[in-house]
Design a protein around this ligand. Structure first.
Ligand code: ADP
Ligand code: MG
Length: 140
């Protein structure tokens, strides 16, 4: 297994409920290292651009509104097989389908307000990390 990096976002439903620490503990317990992290308020333009791949989906406008509804915590996670490892600890998109022990099972409020984002491939991870972080922000 190669050491990889992936982009994670703690979403506004989770920051609102003060869950950053509990989610970070689950990420760390899963074997991921937080090598960069920033709390920020996304602009509409940033949320639209970040989720541009979903622009044609019926939930796109709601998703953008949700993502700017409060602060997020953007983070770079590092570890063996980090992309897949993070997807595993996140759980399924819809919390009704998420497995026990996953972040979304524990904390997600709905299919939209599902507490965390995680890159879905190594290629997307590289692009998503570059969207938020300069190389010098990341300390492995
Ligand atoms: P994931 O975050 O698990 O990779 P997707 O990339 O398919 O899921 O969707 C991106 C985000 O859009 C989801 O995390 C969720 O916040 C939102 N979303 C996905 N599907 C729906 C839906 N059917 N209704 C409302 N929001 C959705
Ligand atoms: Mg996705």
């Amino acid at each position: 297994m190669a050491t990889e990096r992936t982009l994670s976002i703690i979403k506004p439903d989770a920051t609102r409920r003060n869950l950053t620490g509990k989610i970070n503990a689950m990420l760390e317990d899963a074997g991921l290292r937080i090598v960069a992290q920033r709390r920020m308020q996304l602009t509409t333009a940033q949320a639209q651009a970040f989720y541009a791949v979903h622009a044609e989906r019926p939930f796109y406008n709601d998703l953008v509104s949700f993502m700017i509804s409060g602060p997020v915590v953007v983070q770079v996670l590092e570890g063996a097989d980090a992309v897949a490892k993070n997807r595993n600890v996140m759980g399924a998109t819809n919390p009704a389908d998420a497995a026990e022990g996953t972040i979304r099972k524990a904390f997600a409020e709905s299919i939209e307000a599902n507490s965390v984002h995680g890159s879905d491939s190594a290629e997307n991870a590289a692009n998503e990390i570059a969207f938020f972080f300069a190389g010098t922000d990341i300390v492995g």
